[in-house]
Design a protein around this ligand. Sequence first.
Ligand code: CA
Length: 237
Amino acid sequence: MSRELIFAVEDEAHIQQLIKYNLEANGYKILAFESGESLLTECKDTTPDLFILDIMLPGMDGLEVCRQLRQNIRTKNIPIIMLTAKSEEFDKVLGLELGADDYITKPFSVRELLARVKAIFRRVNTSSLPETEIIKHGDITIDCTKREVYKKDTLLEMPLKEFELLKMLIMNKGKVLSRELLLDKIWGFDYYGETRTVDVHIRYLRQKIEDDDDNPSYIETVRGIGYRFTDKVLHRA
Ligand code: CA
């Protein structure tokens, strides 16, 4: 298998070095950039398997880079990890809303960086294995091979984490899945985030798949525990 290619943008030289050195030492190919503009320019020629975007950058910031990558047909499904400082809590949420798959809070350890990167590739690789190819429920259709979700005939924009979350819920329909379990299965053992991350992603999913996301009929909230994908037969016009 070819080595995964990672594009990382980070303007602080020592952090860029830390990322580059450690990912290379672990068998990844990495191209490091000092600005968002130079990363986007390189994307016209090459597309990587993963982006690591620092938020605070000279010129275009990481959030804008994320937004542009998500709008481009060639890069919109490539996983993104954002690097955020503790003081940028708001940006972290905004990054997830813009379609980032994960974030790492600075300062981070090498172990944490590698765990997140490995977790992303493990999920990407797992989700490309042949398994149940088409899952249908009500007017929702998931194509696992193409990693696409349709509501009726409309293709939904769905970042990797939301897709994995929906797939996990729908494959266990009728069962209550706790926030902790979802966090563990979707974000990985090495994820140090809080369970609120699950709630945020459930909210995005509902906005996409529910007719009325304030009165969800697919994803039910089980108070104090977590979520359940309904196993009721839904009759849709
Ligand atoms: Ca920076």
